[in-house]
Design a protein around this ligand. Structure first.
Ligand SMILES: C[S@@+](CC[C@H](N)C(=O)[O-])C[C@H]1O[C@@H](n2cnc3c(N)ncnc32)[C@H](O)[C@@H]1O
Length: 354
């Protein structure tokens, strides 16, 4: 590598609302452009990242398209998080033979081959690490001359106030990049209280006057009673019998213990999903207010700053659409850790070659 090259410029495939890009930017990496086929990503991506958004199917993008965007004289990083639904554990056992999305990772590999960036990073659900499609991705990078490292990162060890585990891959053809190492000291883990404890309180069904993302979904009378009967960190097994529904009392209901629960103040949150505003789909009850999480709280537990904008000012966000952007995001904390690892490797390589 030219030893003058120490600045990194990234293109983000499947960029979503920009979680991965934001983390890379926080590490000092320039964000050039994000590619996604969902038009709802354009506003948050361009507003917050101040980078180009390209509305495109990654399957149709070519290496030449990417090469035209990367600035001259910078180290090229290709980042991406292909949609993870096809790999999620809830699909275990399902017939996924017709999943067209499975080959999106192959398109990522194709774009690496066609554009030959200096650095590559990929994030996805942990289970992907055991799939042949991932083995093929790693084999392709190695064949192209990349040094590849991958493993599971645990969010709280990287300052994320959320128990999220993700498969993270880093690859470099300009030196040996190491997977970031987190801080395992549980006393240092960021809690729900430290993250959302100062947001203005709301009743269920109520919205904050100026931040419409801070809106609590209306609860039915039955769910309000259930919420009141829930204790932080508990399950529906704490409720009186009359609040249970048939699915709770069926033997199989035991596997859904985490549904309809309240978060604890003093620990990281459970994994934030696309439905984190919905009391019935996880432990998404507020620790002490009788309501489920707002989208703003879900975004902050994903590691987005309070000022991150997902929709235009004064536009009421769709819970489903913005919940999807937030739940699908790569927590910026992972992107930042990866960005720092890349920067220190690049600086070391430049120093070694002087
Ligand atoms: C897991 S999310 C990525 C999240 C994003 N990296 C972030 O940190 O916010 C996957 C994204 O892939 C997008 N997507 C799915 N299929 C695509 C395709 N064929 N081409 C481009 N984007 C696609 C989805 O719209 C979604 O935003």
């Amino acid at each position: 590598m030219n030893d003058q090259l120490t600045e990194i410029a990234a293109i983000d495939l499947f960029c979503g609302a920009g979680g991965l890009s934001l983390g890379l930017k926080q590490a000092g990496i320039e964000i050039v452009a994000g590619y996604d086929l969902d038009p709802a990503c354009e506003y948050p991506y361009t507003q917050n990242l101040k980078a180009d958004f390209v509305l495109a199917n990654v399957g149709d993008v070519t290496g030449e398209d990417l090469l035209k965007r990367w600035p001259e004289g910078k180290i090229r990083l290709l980042a991406g998080c292909a949609p993870c639904q096809p790999f999620s554990s809830h699909r275990r056992g399902a017939d996924t033979s017709d999943e067209v999305n499975w080959d999106l990772l192959s398109h990522f590999a194709r774009l690496v081959e066609e554009s030959m960036p200096h650095l590559v990073t990929m994030e996805n659900v942990v289970r992907l690490g055991k799939m042949p499609v991932f083995d093929a991705f790693v084999a392709k990078l190695k064949q192209l001359g990349f040094h590849v490292e991958f493993g599971t990162l645990y969010g709280p060890e990287f300052g994320l106030p959320q128990e999220r585990r993700r498969l993270v891959l880093v690859a470099s053809r300009v030196g040996q990049v190491q997977l970031p190492v987190g801080n395992k000291d549980k006393k240092k883990f960021k809690t729900v209280k430290q993250t959302i404890g100062k947001l203005p309180p709301l009743a269920h069904g109520e919205s904050h006057a100026t931040d419409l993302l801070h809106t609590a979904r209306q609860l039915s009378d039955l769910n309000l009673k259930r919420m009141r009967a829930s204790r932080p960190g508990g399950t529906w097994a704490d409720w009186p019998k009359e609040l249970l529904s048939p699915c709770h009392t069926r033997k199989s209901g035991a596997s859904f213990k985490a549904f309809y629960g309240r978060m604890r103040w003093d620990a990281p949150s459970p994994t934030i999903t696309t439905q984190s505003f919905n009391f019935g789909t996880g432990r998404f009850g507020h620790p002490e207010q009788d309501r489920s999480l707002t989208l703003r709280e879900a975004a902050m537990l994903q590691g987005f700053p309070r000022t991150y904008r997902f929709v235009k000012k004064n536009v009421r966000p769709s819970m489903q659409a913005v919940g999807r952007l937030i739940g699908n995001a790569v927590p910026p904390a992972f992107g930042k850790a990866v960005g720092i690892a890349f920067r220190s490797q690049v600086i070391q390589s430049a120093e070694a070659s002087r």
